[in-house]
Design a binder for this molecule. Structure first.
Ligand code: ADP
Length: 338
């Protein structure tokens, strides 16, 4: 019974001996990190999580072993296939070894980061059009002397209001992704992407880019078509926007393969790439890594939430000056409207 309690718990439990070799873990540990129990039991924490030394986590484990005092802290981890995680970890002494309970707080941390970024944005960029409208209103009330001048000021006010409206529209659309229900259909990737690429290839920036489509699926795949379209649209728009102007053979490769329980999608470009230190931030609301082209910093934020809504995960591999590759796993959706 007691063992069942740990095994069924949604938090991640692990137990270590005095040398920090793993004695046991619960089901949540194995499913979160997609590991087999037989591969990890008996291994040392430094083998299981080589980053634990550099991140300081290993020292914290040692400290609890030494002092016997429980420690609680938040830790970030990056899994090569499943992206970023944030855990609230509690470590405590069990006999002469250690127990650890980790709660996945990735969603909570991301929501806090997004909120902070939103407040920052609201107090800076979103205020700019409002300040400008207020100035123009003041001019039309006190300075404008003829009808022509009034019309000019009103046109400027309309421009600024339009800017603000645009940002708010995208924001509303993005939040709708989270709240709207999904409509599940069988997806014909060939048709969906051919339609999308026909429009995209006509756009000005895409002229010199070679698009390669490699769809290698044998099983029927069910998902929300509109959400998928939005996902591809955002990623392809970016691949075009951030192409390397000095590369003669610019390409965008779209690859779709069957995967257990779903599909793997990768979108690769040989554009300007994203510097290592910015890669963790690109999915944050309003984040912009480059001012070379116009944007609002909502594209990848929308992508992240679309992938989440579809029950999948996304990772990014990129090298500055060489290009970027976004890898997405999407599970089969059950055929029902949720
Ligand atoms: P935006 O394009 O409006 O700035 P996004 O959320 O779509 O906002 O992207 C965030 C940042 O990530 C961009 O400002 C850019 O620096 C970087 N980025 C996104 N996609 C690519 C890409 N394919 N190649 C290079 N940089 C990219």
């Amino acid at each position: 019974m007691w063992h069942n309690f740990f095994d069924e718990a949604s938090d991640i439990y692990s137990l270590y001996d005095k040398d920090l070799n793993l004695i046991d873990v619960n089901k949540a540990f194995l499913t979160t990190f997609r590991l087999n129990k037989s591969d990890i039991i008996g291994k040392n924490i430094t083998q299981l999580a080589p980053d634990s030394v550099e991140s300081g986590r290993y020292d914290k484990f040692q400290e609890v072993l030494r002092t016997g005092h429980t420690i609680s802290f938040d830790d970030f981890m990056t899994h090569p296939s499943y992206g970023n995680f944030c855990f609230r970890i509690k470590i405590f002494k069990v006999g002469d070894g250690l127990g650890a309970v980790s709660t996945n707080i990735t969603d909570l941390t991301e929501a806090i980061n997004d909120l902070e970024a939103f407040i920052y944005k609201a107090s800076h960029d979103l205020r700019a059009p409002i300040t400008s409208i207020l100035g123009l209103m003041h001019l039309s009330e006190f300075e404008a002397t003829d009808f022509k001048e009034l019309k000019r000021l009103h046109r400027l006010m309309a421009q600024q209001t339009g800017k603000l409206d645009n940002i708010l529209k995208i924001l509303i659309e993005t939040t709708q992704i989270r709240t709207e229900s999904k409509t599940i259909d069988e997806i014909d990737f060939q048709q969906l992407l051919n339609n999308l690429l026909t429009t995209i290839e006509l756009s000005k920036g895409a002229k010199k880019i070679k698009f390669e489509l490699n769809i290698n699926t044998t099983k029927a795949f069910f998902s929300d078509k509109n959400l998928l379209m939005r996902l591809f649209q955002n990623l392809l728009d970016n691949a075009i926007k951030y192409k390397n102007e000095s590369t003669a053979n610019a390409f965008v490769k779209i690859d779709i393969q069957d995967e257990q329980g779903g599909i793997n999608i990768s979108i690769e470009d040989n554009g300007i790439g994203i510097p290592q230190h910015l890669q963790k931030k690109v999915f944050t609301i309003f984040f912009r890594g480059s001012d070379k082209v116009k944007g609002n910093g909502l594209g990848l934020y929308t992508v992240k939430h679309t992938v989440k809504k579809l029950g999948g995960h996304i990772t990014l591999q990129s090298e500055e000056g060489k290009g970027s590759m976004f890898k997405i796993y999407l599970p089969h959706e059950k055929i029902k409207t949720s």
